[in-house]
Design a protein around this ligand. Structure first.
Ligand SMILES: O=C(O)C1=C[C@@H](OP(=O)(O)O)[C@@H](O)[C@H](O)C1
Ligand SMILES: C=C(OP(=O)(O)O)C(=O)O
Length: 500
């Protein structure tokens, strides 16, 4: 019997999916005191939920001061792209046959995705040589997870997996850390409900959340109300096991890794670009995906911290190898060049179907600019570190159109405004952005005494403020470095290798 047939057979043998899995979810919730269940609004005291969601650092926070340094020099290689790594695991787990992945990001977020796909039937192992090998279950073959899926800090894992489950007749419960539990899931619940999935979420469409998918789901045409690759991907992934054509209309282009990779795995997917730039993406289901060999390029979002570090620390000259430069991701490089940053592309090539180059970055006198809001989706995760670059530039930098930053791991506008003020920068928060008056290259004072930047379980805040410390007078102390491991486990080691 093929693996696909086996998984279908297992499901056919299982009791009614909703009854069985809901009782598993119920077992999970019974392990909490009755008053803690967020599905029982009458029983759940608001105070309990508040206590859970206001935790702003990890269980054992590790504070650290990032000290001023001499020039950064040397060559580094950043870890694999987080978005591509998530999708490699998900699509590999959904394909028929074997998928082999090299360069996978082994950050906590991607490991949450791997654990979830294992819990739904995929076999995922790592060879001694560091290659990841995935035996997929086939589209339609996901099994009900026996316990809640712990998504940790990862919005991408949660929203994309909700898409996958929506068109499988299984029930799953999602839980996450205090940061993830504050983030809005309504943006995926809405289209996936239209396709037929049902949801019971905590107040405001948040985690913990239990959903039941439907098979067959209903194909929809969905116009994205927000520029989000996660929402786009959730609907497209749901479309894989939905008979007919599922269409996503994307007025503002966002990262296109799902489209590229779905095609690479053999899905019947088309992208039509209209005169005004609107993208119409259609996936024909049910799809049959075939295992692939994937090489994950380096993550431009991770490279951004070292690009900015080299630009702001006088005398620096750094080579960052293997940086993915897909147009839908490379906004930070364009903006920093506009600000006068010396960033040269060396050895441009293609890795895993994505444009890649090594970047040689030299210290530069940056100048403030008005950042075009149209570029925001292609650098949505890089604004915290761009604010740091702007804090060292000559003159004023104005960023607008950043509403989405308020619903990331933290409210990245407010949290960065507070952090930069604490380090002595001149910043103003606006409703949809930030205005930064730079020092013209002079060191920021940094944080003093017992003051620590509050990172709010947000890896990008921690890394951005670490970079800010490198050209400061006193250094910058942050309250917790643990969140860095969600996307960039060897960040500090690489920084130390360049500053040694
Ligand atoms: O699809 C993805 O892999 C991601 C999309 C972005 O989120 P949104 O789609 O919510 O903007 C980004 O912030 C996140 O780090 C990764
Ligand atoms: C927003 C991010 O990730 P996610 O949404 O997956 O938590 C990020 O990595 O900056």
């Amino acid at each position: 019997m093929t693996r696909r047939a086996q998984t279908h057979q297992q499901r056919a043998d299982a009791p009614c999916h909703s009854g069985q899995a809901l009782s598993k979810a119920a077992r999970f919730w019974r392990s909490f005191p009755p008053s803690a269940s967020p599905f029982c609004p009458v029983q759940a005291p608001i105070a309990h939920r508040k206590r859970v969601v206001t935790v702003s650092h990890s269980a054992n926070p590790t504070p650290r001061r990032f000290l001023p340094t001499g020039p950064l020099s040397g060559t580094i290689r950043v870890p694999g792209d987080k978005s591509i790594s998530h999708r490699s695991i998900m699509l590999g787990a959904l394909a028929l046959g074997e998928t082999r992945v090299t360069g996978l990001l082994e950050g906590e977020d991607v490991m949450s995705t791997a654990a979830a796909m294992r819990a739904m039937g995929a076999q995922i192992t790592k060879t001694p040589e560091g290659e990841w090998v995935i035996q997929g279950v086939g589209v339609g073959g996901l099994l009900p997870p026996e316990t809640a899926l712990d998504m940790g800090n990862s919005g991408t894992s949660t929203r994309l997996l909700m898409g996958l489950i929506a068109s499988h007749g299984i029930t799953a419960t999602f839980v996450g850390d205090a940061s993830l539990s504050k983030r809005p899931m309504g943006r995926v619940i809405d289209p996936l409900s239209t396709m037929g999935a049902t949801f019971a979420a905590a107040e405001g469409g948040r985690l913990p959340l239990t959903m039941t998918g439907t098979q067959p789901a209903v194909p929809i045409t969905y116009r994205l109300p927000v520029a989000s690759a996660q929402v786009k991907s959730a609907v497209l992934l749901a479309g894989l096991n939905t008979p007919g054509i599922t269409t996503v209309i994307e007025p503002v282009p966002t990262r296109d890794h799902s489209e590229r990779m779905l095609r690479g795995f053999g899905a019947d997917l088309s992208v039509e670009v209209e005169g005004d730039g609107t993208r119409v993406i259609r996936v024909h289901g049910p799809a049959e995906l075939r295992g692939q060999t994937i090489v994950v390029p380096g993550d431009p979002s991770s490279a951004a911290f070292f690009i900015v570090a080299a630009l702001i620390v006088p005398g620096s000259d750094v080579l960052i190898q293997n940086v993915g430069l897909n147009d839908t991701r490379a906004g930070i490089v364009h903006v920093l060049r506009q600000m006068g940053g010396d960033i040269a592309e060396v050895n441009p090539r293609e890795v895993g179907g994505e444009p890649v180059a090594d970047l040689r970055v030299r210290h530069s006198a940056l100048r403030g600019i008005n950042v075009d809001p149209a570029i925001v989706p292609s650098m949505v995760d890089e604004f915290p570190v761009l604010f740091v670059a702007a804090a060292y530039a000559h003159g004023r930098t104005v960023c607008t159109g950043l509403e989405e930053l308020r619903v990331k791991e933290s409210d990245r506008i407010t949290v960065m405004r507070v952090a930069l003020e604490l380090a002595g920068a001149t910043v103003q928060e606006t409703e949809d952005g930030m205005i930064i008056d730079g020092t013209n290259g002079a060191p920021l004072p940094g944080t003093s005494g017992a003051h620590h930047v509050a990172t709010h379980l947000d890896h990008r805040i921690a890394m951005s403020m670490a970079v800010a410390g490198l050209n400061s007078m006193n250094g910058v102390a942050i309250d917790d470095i643990n969140p860095i491991a969600t996307s960039f486990p060897n960040f500090i080691a690489l920084m130390e290798s360049l500053t040694a």
